[in-house]
Design a protein around this ligand. Structure first.
Ligand code: 8IG
Length: 266
């Protein structure tokens, strides 16, 4: 099925409205409160945060397509939290520079957006499998999810209030600046040194653009990276997607429990 977002004349907010309507009808939940994008290593959190009310195949929702990345699932889940709130888990990542998942969440009533990812760490003290709170980002993609003369302020994009809540769950949580590269290749060691010199601590390929779209839609954002690997050149060993997935799997129960405990406090 073709993606309506591929039409250059398409209004992404209108397609997000349509997607939200389909989610409301298929889940039977008119309004959701929290949305989560679960990146590499975080997927198990969906099973821990509450009771799944419905699972919708991404292909049934306008603008969502099946993920091509191994380790990323292509479903949208509506989950009833113990608090009585409703969470939407966006397992399907759409293309790299658009915030369709985030906009759909906003159209579905969501106020709090939790963005997670697997990423490379630049701090040597972060063993593979270390979760890191995102404190700010550097968008190194040359792209934006926003079009037109739309000068969205990005101060405190990763809400200090939500980071404080996360630290009440685990006071040892470190935080860092996330730098988004376009990918899909990993960085060269020289690029990682550049990122470090620019003030980055985590390198990845997803979250900055999603966070920008979330701010534009008025959502409060919490960002969490799983440092699955030390970024290229920080450790001696070369990166492999397989090893990244294995590190994610190994850390998954621990970080998913952490995320579930954070969600319970929202
Ligand atoms: I998992 O080292 C994961 N995703 N850009 N660099 C970038 N993205 C990543 C990395 C990494 N590890």
């Amino acid at each position: 099925m073709s993606n309506p977002l591929d039409d250059p004349k398409a209004d992404p907010f209108q397609i997000a409205q349509q997607a939200a309507k389909v989610i409301a009808v298929k889940s039977g939940i008119a309004q959701h409160d929290i949305a989560l994008t679960l990146g590499s290593g975080w997927a198990k959190a969906a099973d821990l945060i509450g009771e799944t009310v419905s699972t919708i195949d991404a292909s049934e929702i306008p603008g969502f397509t099946r993920s091509e990345v191994v380790g990323h699932v292509s479903t949208i889940r509506s989950i009833l939290l113990p608090s009585g709130k409703h969470a939407l888990v966006l397992g399907a990542r759409t293309h790299y520079y658009e915030g369709h998942g985030v906009r759909t969440a906003a159209a579905a009533g969501v106020k709090t957006m939790i963005l997670t990812n697997g990423a490379g760490g630049i701090k040597t003290s972060w063993k593979p499998g270390t979760p890191v709170l995102i404190s700010d980002h550097i968008n190194f993609t040359s792209a934006s999810p926003i079009e037109g003369a739309n000068f969205v302020d990005l101060t405190d994009l990763y809400a200090p209030r939500l980071r404080d809540i996360a630290r009440t769950v685990d006071s040892s949580l470190d935080e860092g600046v996330y730098m988004q590269f376009r990918g899909p290749h990993y960085e060269t060691p020289a690029e990682v040194q550049m990122a470090k010199a620019m003030g980055a601590h985590i390198v990845g390929m997803s979250t900055a653009l999603e966070a920008i779209a979330a701010r534009q839609s008025g959502l409060e954002v919490l960002g969490l990276s799983l440092s699955t690997n030390l970024a290229a050149g920080i450790s001696d060993s070369p990166l492999s997607h397989k090893e990244v997935l294995e590190a994610g799997k190994e850390a998954e129960p621990r970080i998913s429990a952490l995320l579930a405990a954070i969600v319970a406090k929202l």
